[in-house]
Every structure is written in C-alpha cells, then in structure tokens.
Write a protein that binds this ligand. Structure first.
Ligand code: ES4
Ligand code: ZN
Length: 326
C-alpha cells in the first residue's frame, strides 16, 4: 500500500468545511435554472475561470454571489447530499459542517428552510452509511455583533439541530473580541465554540479567540508558528488546528503547496488536522487535500496516522464514540 493509498483509505473525520463552499458549478447552474435566477456567468467554464483568487476577500465575493441560487429546502438538501456523497467516498466517518445562515436570511430565506434542508441530508447519510454529521452555525464577522445576536435568536428554535457556533468571513479588521458577548451567550447555552483565526489575520487573533471567546478549536491557525510562546501554549493545551492546505494555496496564504507549514505544525506538537474548507472552490475534497500534502512534503505514515487520529480526537463526538476511533 502506497502512502497515497493509505491516506485515502484511512477512516477520518472532517472538522472544517463550509457547506455553501461545496456547491459545485454544475449544481449551481442547475439551481439557478430551476429557481429563475440569473448568474453573472455565461457557463460553468466561465464560472470556474473566475476562481482565480488573490486573497480571502476575492474568494468571499464570489462565494456569497454563488450562494444566491440556494432558495428552497430541496436546494439545501441537494447541496448537502452531494457533499456527503463525496465525503463518504473519501472515507469520512464523521463530519462537522459549517453553515452561514446570515448569507441566506439576509435574502429573505427563512432559517428553518436552511436548517431543515441540511439536516434532512445529514439524517439520510447516518441512516444509509452510518456516517455521523453535526452542524456548526457560523457568524459572519464582517457584520455587527447585533446582527450575530439576532441570528442566534432566529436559530434558537432549532437549538437541537446544531452543536456549536463558529466565526468566519473577512478576518482582518474583525478581531474575535468583536463577538465576545455573543460567544459568552453561546457558551451559557452549552454550545461548542470554534473560530477562524490566524488564516490571514495575525497570531494575536488566535490568542484572543482562546482567551476572550474561549473557543475549543482554532480554524486554520497556520500563522500560529509566527509566535513561539503561543505555539508552545496551543501545543500544551492540546487545542486543535483545523488546517485546509488547498485553501491556503488558493487564497495565497502560502505560494505553493510545497511551502505549506503542515510538517512544522506537526513537529511543533500541534494537534493539526486536514480539511477541505470550500471544496468546490479550492480544488478538491478532503482526500485531495491529503494527497496534495503527502505528494509535496516529506510526511510519513506516522504523520498520516497522527492526522487521522487528531481528526477524531478533536471532534465533538461523544466521548465513548470518539474513543472507539482512537
Ligand atoms: C471561508 Cl476560507 C474561509 N475563511 C473565512 N471564511 C470563510 N467562509 C467560507 N470560507
Ligand atoms: Zn473556513
């Protein structure tokens, strides 16, 4: 068995993917057609050619525009079903999925339509394949704290359908502290807490996500290594980093996959994991991310096993189930 075969075949958990970022151009055009929405691109090919990003914001502009085709419960179901089929084929046994309700409620789509459509697909995957899946509601950090509170209120009738909250969208200029009070409220509600930090933003945002928001994992976190003291602390506390290698290259966090710091993260004792982020936009699903890394960096079988183990250890599965995967 080659190393490539091993990383593809090993059971894994995915902990960092945005469901809206799994919408492939073909399905996007199909939904645009059936919902009578005009996309500002003439064809699937033209849309794919627009996926030449220079930074996080240049991606987000296209990602939010693409999400406009999502209108009905069926649309959210079909998008989620397509992702789960890809994840199942990649031997993902458990996935924790981000969704961005504000992208939809701002367009007049009811919260219940979004959550019910996604949730029904998760139930089907559990029933058909025994795959487990959970939802994490993300607040858009470029919007206000007040809007985050309003979103939380709208989601509370569906409290049993999501396990936690996260923080995503434009990082620079929107530090974690901006959402201190809304995360404090979510903590009181018993929700799990995560946040994107240290992707484009400075290591300081990782520190404040931990100290002010009290998050349990850091999404991305690759800039952690710029601060030696922070690196020692994150390693010592066993805080996982949900790293997304192809995303990092597409958004120019690293120039090429050969420059990715995954080996350094692991060698520093950090609980890094491999994830796809926005697979329809960044060139692949979780196994594509593993293959790109293992083809480009001097990573070993031991690293592969550690990455798979980290993915389950850092998951929000109940303790008994988690232990069975370790
Ligand atoms: C995202 Cl890569 C990334 N970073 C921040 N927010 C996001 N939303 C979707 N993908
Ligand atoms: Zn992300």
């Amino acid at each position: 068995q080659t190393l490539r075969e091993l990383v593809c075949a090993m059971p894994k958990a995915e902990l960092h993917m945005h469901i809206e970022g799994s919408l492939e151009p073909e399905l996007m055009f199909e939904m645009a057609e059936r919902n009578g929405i005009r996309l500002p691109y003439a064809s699937v090919d033209e849309l794919r050619r627009a996926y030449a990003f220079t930074d996080l914001q240049s991606f987000l502009d296209i990602y939010y525009a693409g999400a406009s085709v999502l209108q009905t419960e069926r649309d959210f179901y079909d998008m989620t079903r397509a992702y789960l089929e890809r994840a199942h084929a990649d031997n993902v046994r458990h996935t924790e999925i981000f969704f961005d309700p504000q992208t939809h409620t701002a367009r007049g789509i009811p919260m219940g339509v979004v959550i019910d459509g996604i949730h029904r697909a998760l139930q089907d995957a559990q029933r058909e394949w025994g795959m487990t899946a959970a939802l994490i509601l993300c607040f858009l950090r470029h919007l206000s704290e007040e809007e985050a509170f309003a979103t939380l209120e709208q989601a509370l009738p569906f409290r049993d359908r999501f396990i936690g909250v996260g923080l995503d969208s434009s990082e620079r200029g929107h530090p974690p502290e901006k959402f201190a009070r809304v995360f404090a409220r979510c903590r009181e509600l018993g929700l799990h807490l995560v946040a994107h930090a240290g992707e484009e933003g400075p290591p300081e945002y990782i520190r404040t996500a931990l100290d002010v928001l009290h998050v349990e994992r850091i999404d991305h976190g690759v800039r952690c290594l710029e601060d030696a003291e922070l690196t020692r602390r994150v390693a010592k506390e066993g805080i996982a980093l949900t790293v997304c290698p192809l995303s990092n290259v597409k958004l120019r966090v690293f120039d090429q996959i050969h420059d990715h710091n995954m080996l350094e993260l692991l060698d520093a004792g950090l609980a890094a994991t491999v994830n796809s982020d926005d697979p329809a936009y960044f060139g692949g699903y979780v196994n594509d991310n593993f293959v790109a890394l293992f083809d480009s960096l001097p990573l070993t079988r031991e690293h592969a096993q550690r990455l798979a183990r980290n993915s389950f250890a850092a998951s929000f599965l109940d303790e008994a189930t988690r232990e069975r995967y370790l």
